[in-house]
Ligand binder design. Structure first.
Ligand SMILES: Cc1cc2nc3c(=O)[nH]c(=O)nc-3n(C[C@H](O)[C@H](O)[C@H](O)COP(=O)(O)OP(=O)(O)OC[C@H]3O[C@@H](n4cnc5c(N)ncnc54)[C@H](O)[C@@H]3O)c2cc1C
Length: 478
């Protein structure tokens, strides 16, 4: 294993996004509590474009899900004050004419492909319980939830039209094949919880390759030293969440850490230049923010995802979008059609599209992402019931973005598939090394929460510069 990387090069100033001292932590927490539950884009731009010591890539692809008008974020998360009941409320039919599906409405595994698929099945079953097969059903959105619902209804004998804003199906599932030596995923790459859910079996049936992918990463210091992961940070978060579970009211993860005292970790540096506080930051940046797309000040301590007890993820290497091909086949999908207005009574629904056309249906399944609903990009008339509006406001929309980089030659020498950084406030603290998986010198980096929101505003050049800086610990030095 390599231990002498670019030691001593350009020290990176730490900007603690999470203040760990009790007094200062409290003041930050109060400020954070005033903010909106979902991160909003800011005008600030990555400050430096200093050339990186990491070589320039031969190809790059980035995502900006928070500014994508048909997503407005990456996946829903439990914001402080939001409960699972909000998801159930959003899944309630309105006058048995408007039905909702999509990952944010999923009772189990929200924020995932599996959750979205289940929500599509649930919504289709709700429609089947009240509709006759002579009725015209419209599904808004051709992501996995919409396609699943439409397929189930079509198989049950209904006439179904799917209306999709983009010029492709899949929504947040977005596989790119052109110009890359293998399919790259701009949306989901992983199947979570494969011990329980069946998506990996579906991929196997379709002949699409997936591989077990361990969540246990290699951790690198800023100077490129590989260090064993100190569990003190994960333990502090787990203890803070357990403390919050005993409180009468939900609080943010940040407040739980501060008020439980679990943030009181030592700042003294060991031989590797790392403190216990660094490992708390590590848990926040490489797990909490990546899982939720939100900051600890935004996320509910009651419903934050605890560290996974199973290590059963699969990585989809043969193209996630293949999952949709079978679903989309034979369905009537109207592309490039943005629904802007939904008027409903107890006898039917009419839709207005962005280009001014109108469409009527007996019943409609709305699968647009939570971020689109939160933005009010689709107007309902009459306004949705209070419980639906409350749920839309309460649930959070998190942000996770990716960068894919292809290099002519690898500049790293580790065969570990998952890399993380500790003791530095890298924008991209988590990387997947595709070299041992596909034989190609390709890396996938991830940026989440406020860092993703900030970087969504910057040029490709600045985005790349930030990613390359984050890669410096992995560079082999002679
Ligand atoms: C970067 C990233 C990484 C992720 N990683 C994972 C992962 O590893 N594993 C995992 O399980 N999940 C992951 N997810 C989450 C997963 O992708 C989603 O939960 C899932 O794809 C959502 O499916 P959906 O059908 O609910 O929504 P979508 O796929 O967003 O479908 C909604 C559809 O509605 C359309 N639409 C929006 N507005 C309108 C309108 N006004 N009119 C008409 N159509 C409209 C959209 O274009 C879209 O096609 C990730 C997501 C992102 C962004």
């Amino acid at each position: 294993m390599h231990t002498s990387r670019n030691r001593g090069e350009r020290p990176v100033m730490k900007r603690r996004t999470f203040l760990l001292g009790t007094a200062s932590g409290l003041s930050v927490m109060v400020l954070a509590a005033c903010g909106a539950p979902s991160p909003q884009p800011t005008a600030s731009v990555a400050p430096t474009t200093t050339p990186s010591v990491v070589p320039q890539p031969a190809a790059m692809q980035r995502t900006s899900w928070s500014v994508d008008p048909f997503a407005r974020g990456s996946f829903s998360f439990p914001a402080v004050g939001a409960t699972p009941e909000h998801r159930t409320a959003l899944a309630e039919p309105v006058l048995d004419r408007i039905f909702f599906a999509g990952e944010a409405t999923a009772a189990t595994e929200p924020g995932t492909v599996q959750g979205a698929r289940e929500s599509g099945r649930r919504a289709a079953t709700q429609v089947q319980s009240v509709a006759t097969t002579e009725e015209r059903i419209t599904v808004i959105g051709a992501g996995i939830a919409g396609l699943t619902a439409a397929t189930q209804l079509r198989s049950a004998g209904f006439t179904v039209i799917v209306v999709e804003a983009r010029d492709r199906v899949g929504g947040r599932i977005d596989t790119m094949t052109k110009d890359w030596p293998m399919p790259i995923e701009l949306g989901p790459s992983f199947i979570h919880n494969t011990t329980v859910n069946t998506l990996d079996d579906e991929f196997a049936t379709l002949g699409v390759s997936t591989l077990p992918f361990s969540r246990v990463p290699e951790a690198y210091t800023r100077t490129g030293e590989v260090v064993p992961i100190n569990p003190v940070g994960a333990e502090a978060v787990a203890a803070a969440l357990a403390w919050a579970g005993g409180q009468p009211q939900d609080v943010s993860v940040e407040r739980a850490l501060v008020d439980s005292g679990e943030n009181q970790l030592s700042d003294s540096l060991n031989d590797q230049g790392l403190s216990e506080s660094d490992w708390l930051e590590y848990e926040i940046s490489t797990r909490l923010k990546m899982d939720s797309g939100s900051t600890p000040s935004q996320e509910s301590a009651w419903y934050a995802t605890a560290p996974g007890t199973t290590d059963d993820d699969h990585l989809v290497v043969g193209g996630y979008a293949n999952l949709l091909k079978a679903d989309a086949e034979g369905l009537d999908v109207t592309m490039s059609s943005v629904v802007t207005f939904i008027a409903y009574t107890d006898s039917g629904v009419s839709l207005r599209l962005g280009a001014g056309e109108a469409l009527s249906a007996d019943r409609v399944i709305v699968t647009v992402p939570l971020g689109v609903l939160k933005d009010g990009a689709v107007e309902f008339s009459p306004a949705l019931p209070f419980a639906h509006r409350g749920a839309i406001a309460a649930l959070g929309m998190g942000v996770l973005d990716k960068i894919w980089l292809r290099f002519d030659e690898p500049f790293w020498d580790t065969t570990a598939p998952l890399w993380t950084v500790v003791g530095t406030d890298s924008d991209f603290p988590v990387w997947v090394n595709m070299l041992p998986i596909t034989g190609e010198p390709v890396l996938m980096g991830m940026v989440a929460a406020e860092n993703a929101v900030r970087l969504s505003e910057v040029s490709d050049e600045a985005f790349l510069a930030s990613a390359l800086r984050s890669l410096e610990p992995f560079r082999v030095t002679e």
